[in-house]
Design a protein around this ligand. Sequence first.
Ligand code: C2E
Ligand code: CA
Ligand code: CA
Length: 640
Amino acid sequence: MLRTKTDELSAQVRRTLVATLYAQPSSLAIGAFNGIASSAIAAWVAGVPELYAGCILLTVIAIARVFAAFELATKERAISTRKLELVWEIGAFSYALILGVITALTIVHQTATAVQVLMVANAVCYGVGICARDAGRPGIAFGQLVLVFAPLMAAALVIGTIPFITLFVTMALLIPAMWSITLSVYKILQNSIAAAENSARMADSMRDLARTDVVTGLANRAGLNHAMVESMMAIEPGAHAAVFWVDLDRFKEVNDLLGHPAGDQVLCEVGQRLREVAPEGSTVARFGGDEFVLYCPIEGRKHAEMLASEIHIEIMRPVRLDNSRLDVRASVGVALMPEDAEDIDTLMQRADVALYHAKVAGRSQTSFYAPSMNRHLVRRREIEGELRAALLRDELSIFFQPLVDLETGKIRAFEALVRWFHPEKGEMRPDEFIPVAEESGVIVTLGNWITAQAARTAAQWPEHVSVAVNLSPLQIRAPGAALGIRNALREAGLDPKRLELEVTESLFIEDNHSTAEFIDELASIGVRFALDDFGTGYSSLGYINSFPFSKIKIDRSFVSGPNVGKKSEAIIRAVAEMGSTLDMEIVAEGIETPEQVKLMREAGCTLGQGYHFSRPVPDYLAAMLLAQEADEGVPVRKAS
Ligand code: C2E
Ligand code: CA
Ligand code: CA
């Protein structure tokens, strides 16, 4: 591994060194012009035919070299290092040799002294200069020096006079001197090029690292951005692309219950599965936490829909951990290009909006972006922000609505219903802000506050009147949920038997261990449970059997409204009958008229709740209703 890296590095360094030969082809042209001009003058002054021939040969080589150098310098990247080096070598060696031979001829032919001086000076300057210029390939540089010097030195020996012998000796000494200079220039060049290559390589690997998610090895946010920008540049007009934004449902629980190493294992597995379903040309990235993004070219919406369902299928396959299996679910938001967005930022933002909707719509599903989602989202985000502030600013309060005994007309309990009076927007409906509170997690704080508040108020009421508090599933699954309720009871000094918790069927859809524990723990100290909104969900009688409910609250859609008729009456009768056998109370919700009171009582309901008896009222009015009842013995509203 290390070896191949250094080999690669030295190949790259060598390439750069060879490229230095081709740098500045103009200097080559100037040198060539010099050589040609001098040898032409020498031939003309001396009138020796061999010199003319030499001059012509030199000119041809020089022109070919300059031409080749300019040509190769422009498309250097496409040519192999060896070829570049060879072309240079052939040109340089033949040029040096011919120049050396021409100079030797001027000496051997004993031409005019000025001609000899001109050519000797030219040859020596060339030899020395070329050693510096071509030091990047010392072999070539030295070869040129030797080739230009050798004929000249031989001629000097042939003439054999003292000045020429001295010239011979000088040149002979110059060869090793130039060799060592060339070598040291080469070393310096090589080291600095290697250092530059090395730091470029380091920068590359740092950049790769900065674009990779450590846990899964997938791209991270920066990596995805980079890949998207690259693909945008290469994308053909009219081509489709999609972003699938995948968010694992309740991943936090995996981390909390099984620990972070298990959490990481799940993330890796999910990342791997996404990679498997990703079409060619996709980028799979992980964004901090439990969010993944798949960006890919697609054929159209149908293709995207297919991919989305494949993603769900893959993710839903149980994940094997050391000694257990884990079911993972995910919510997916999808946005398409060019249908939903024309640039990357908008595409991502729209996929995010779609994801948000998938989560709101009940998780474990896919949402494709639609323009209406934006308005909805803005409103929800607004509420989310203001809800936290509302808790601190005391804008929330609790109203109480009586549950009346349909036989005696007496108040048996009050249901606590949260109210939010917004200083600017007026009253906000719980149907609107409770789901937001659930989604953002504020429900845990809010729910604890409501329970504590309701328990404190109920502690002031007569012993026989209890209080009912609505609990949302999320609140129950939060760690320490049961403890929060026990604390509220203790602080208020309320007997647990006087607290009733209203839960809906949605709580039982997911078979959850913590739910059963929560219910068992509180039931054991006397807290009672009511099944709320019965008839709107699955209405499975299974839960009624396995959990200790003391009440079933029949949803108001069975009591009043357009769908009420013989069928709903029959259902109520059946439920009421079951209730009396199992010793449970049956509450009819939403009673608005005396006729409904009669009907519900006849159908077998034991308790009633609704505007007919009272709207939800603030605590002091609830206390007044109780006081009235105690003083006068008069029911809230005659049960007719
Ligand atoms: P819910 O638990 O079914 O509460 C009963 C809802 O019916 C209340 O609406 C109440 O005002 C309304 N209602 C009562 N009698 C009548 C009637 O005769 N006719 C009609 N049309 N409506 C009647 P509200 O207060 O707007 O609450 C709506 C829902 O919000 C509740 O439904 C409950 O699911 C949720 N909610 C309210 N307060 C809380 C709370 O403190 N915690 C939680 N987790 N959820 C709450
Ligand atoms: Ca309720
Ligand atoms: Ca209800």
